[in-house]
Design a binder for this molecule. Structure first.
Ligand SMILES: Cc1cc2nc3c(=O)[nH]c(=O)nc-3n(C[C@H](O)[C@H](O)[C@H](O)COP(=O)(O)OP(=O)(O)OC[C@H]3O[C@@H](n4cnc5c(N)ncnc54)[C@H](O)[C@@H]3O)c2cc1C
Length: 440
């Protein structure tokens, strides 16, 4: 599709693009031909759930909405190949009949596999890496229009770099994923004293497969959420793809109330502290589903319908408690208004060259601001605190870092750049924003 009036926007509405053309290829050969003939910039887009300008292009944008679904499954090997345009909400229903599942997911399932894996999207769990760590192989259509099947045995350097490359090496069309046998989860959610939870962080994280908490920074209590494998239980309910799709868009009564509170905080910023106490209790009641057992892929995602912008930093696991304490203190000290809680999660360290979790077990601290409010008072404070703890930003969430800082943060920066330049020697996938991230 091309024309003067093409418009694209990300989920929060904070990033808008007017590309010359949006391609919706049906197969790799068509995509390769388009890339070969175009000068750039070209940007792949998933479902636009990144808060940064990663997908924006004044030239071509690529949607893989016609390249979705399961290609093959091998339960004996614990692997499956899926098209990169597949939405995360479809992965569960597609893999479940083969007895397979993703080992972990984030807290929504609206993303595509291409976007989620491309930015190191993660859930929570001391022993669990991001979605990018589940990749065993990819098919990449490069900036030269070549179609490459990459894995540890075939171009291992390109394969290594491509696993977390946010569309900087070309368009990934297929992922071969390492999976786990299907499993069900028991959910538990409750309110606890913030100081008590901070003193027990490591114990809580060791005790539960998934442990996270939400801290409305003006409250002294936090909302704790844990998920654990329900051994031997096979829930009867198995949602199909349309049901999973619809579920994530449903606007609940709680979401409506929360949207109203967000608007109040915008006009009456001093109400933040009052609402934080109310929301802590309300969130716990809303989430009081203790004991409920469902398949993992039905359990992980929640519906998030109130639009916001987000920043997230990964800090080293040993500093996690001190970092969130410092962040809460800073928000209180500067009286920064927000209706949102800070989300605290654990992610296992990995060896992906541009992963925020490279070489270290980490905790992630996420701050959010309603899409109608200026987020930078909160985000600059959060960034300063988290950088003070050697934090690394999520590629899909807002931050102010550029290539010079990334080169200092990531030990394998130059290896990544060499692989990227091999895959895209003319820099066709570099928009102005991508240049700011990747070119010093
Ligand atoms: C409400 C909400 C909740 C979220 N929750 C979490 C969470 O729990 N955990 C977490 O870690 N993150 C979370 N995120 C962030 C989100 O997971 C990432 O930003 C993710 O990249 C979005 O996926 P997408 O399909 O929308 O990708 P997009 O935002 O469209 O694209 C992301 C990047 O991937 C590239 N890309 C997309 N498809 C391809 C492809 N086929 N080949 C090559 N490159 C490609 C794009 O060029 C871009 O650089 C959340 C975001 C929102 C809005």
């Amino acid at each position: 599709m091309s024309g003067a009036n093409l418009k694209w926007s990300n989920w929060s509405g904070g990033v808008k693009a007017t590309p010359d053309v949006i391609w919706r290829p049906r197969d790799e050969a068509e995509l390769a031909g388009l890339i070969k003939a175009y000068r750039g910039p070209i940007r792949p887009a998933g479902s636009g759930h990144s808060f940064t300008r990663l997908c924006e292009s004044p030239g071509a944008m690529v949607s893989l909405e016609n390249m979705t679904g399961l290609i093959s499954a091998d339960p004996a090997q614990g692997e499956a190949e899926l098209w990169a345009g597949t939405p995360v909400y479809a992965a569960g229903p597609l893999l479940h009949p083969h007895g397979l599942a993703l080992a972990n997911q984030g807290d929504i399932d609206r993303q595509t596999l291409g976007g989620a894996i491309g930015t190191g999207t993660h859930g929570t769990g001391l022993t669990l890496g991001s979605l990018s760590t589940m990749v065993a192989g990819v098919t990449l259509v490069t900036g030269t229009g070549d179609i490459l099947n990459l894995d540890i045995n075939n171009e291992p350097e390109l394969a290594e770099a491509a696993r977390l490359s946010f569309g900087s090496m070309g368009v990934i069309t297929r992922f071969r994923l390492k999976l786990v046998p299907s499993f069900a989860l028991t959910e538990s959610s409750y309110v606890a004293d913030a100081g008590t939870i901070l003193n027990q962080l490591e114990d809580m994280a060791a005790k539960h497969r998934h442990f996270e908490f939400f801290w409305f920074p003006y409250a002294d209590r936090v909302v704790v959420k844990t998920l654990d494998v329900a051994e031997g239980i096979r829930p009867e309910r198995v949602l199909d793809i349309p049901a999973m799709k619809a579920r994530g868009e449903r606007v609940s009564r709680d979401e409506k109330l929360f949207a109203m509170i967000c608007r109040s905080v915008r006009f009456l910023p001093w109400t933040s502290a009052w609402f934080h106490k109310l929301l802590t209790n309300q969130m716990a009641e809303g989430e009081a589903r203790s004991g409920r057992v469902r398949w993992s892929w039905e359990t992980f995602p929640s519906a998030r319908t109130t639009r916001f912008n987000e920043m997230e930093y990964a800090v080293p696991r040993p500093q996690a408690g001190a970092a969130i304490r410092a962040l809460v203190d800073r928000i209180r000290r500067d009286r920064i208004p927000t209706a949102f809680p800070i989300e605290f999660r654990y992610v296992k360290g990995d060896d992906l060259w541009l992963s925020p979790f490279y070489g270290r077990d980490s905790a992630t601290l996420s701050v959010h601001q309603h899409a109608s409010m200026n987020q930078w008072g909160l985000f600059r404070a959060a960034e300063e605190v988290c950088r003070g703890f050697d934090g690394r930003p999520h590629w899909g969430k807002q931050h102010t870092l550029t290539a010079k800082e990334f080169a200092a943060i990531y030990p394998k920066w130059e290896s990544f750049q060499a692989a990227r330049r091999r895959a895209d020697p003319e820099g066709k996938f570099l928009s102005p924003y991508m240049r700011s991230l990747l070119e010093t």
